[in-house]
Design a protein around this ligand. Sequence first.
Ligand code: BTN
Length: 274
Amino acid sequence: MCETHELSSLSIDSYLLDRSAHVPIYLFDQVESTNDLAYGYLSNPAIDMVAVLAETQTSGRGRRGRAWTSPKGAGLLMSIGLSYESSPALHYEEWPLLASWALHRALTHVIHENVHIKWPNDIVLNEKKLAGILTELSSSANRRNLIIGFGINVNLRLEDLPEELRKKATSMFVETGQMYNRNKLAALIIDEIQQLRKHVSHGLRFSDIHEEWVAHCQTIGRHVRIVQGRDLIEGVASSIDHSGILTVIDDTGTHHRIASGEIIETSPLGQLSV
Ligand code: BTN
């Protein structure tokens, strides 16, 4: 999958499997955050799905208040906005998990081995973070707008990654020595989200993909440290249930059920890194 082109909305469109849905694709050289722009586009009632990409961001947001930085032209910074009529059937809380499944599917079209999901919704390649997802929700009048922001380290060189992150973050180029076509990857992700949205509107829940999700998740059986609010929970990740809740068993045998949090360390049993 060689990188022959700059990002181009026409090129992304040409790679889409289902072009009948006419998903508008907006591409910018530099923005503050693609997530913010996606919200703006969804305020147009005629738009119920949109993809916004940028070559770089000046205020890219990560989970838990972190920044997401990526040098111009090397990563894939894309937000997909989905607009819904307000409905309890939205199950917004499941989308971070569903989105990681979609991103994993898209990435494994391109990289066939060693791509895993790290609970709750990071993607790791050869055990290092390759991509992150920031899912945000806003409500207006009778609509709910869901924004799924993907940050993927595609063609970054090792020196493009902040030095302090080089032990735990990576890029597709660093791991494989190949440059990747970001237009094609963007199209694969848009296709996956479009499919998923259709299935969700027909009732698909995380529980329906749970088995496959867990099979691709590297977290189970690992020794983990998880930040949850002000608490640090340390133990063995034993299971993820049908709602996506992670159970960690600590040294005293206490079971901690964790709905959301951040794994700061993960290692095979007996090799806890410090
Ligand atoms: C994480 O912390 O792992 C999530 C990172 C998400 C970053 C992406 S880049 C495109 C979109 N726009 C943003 O401001 N954030 C997301």
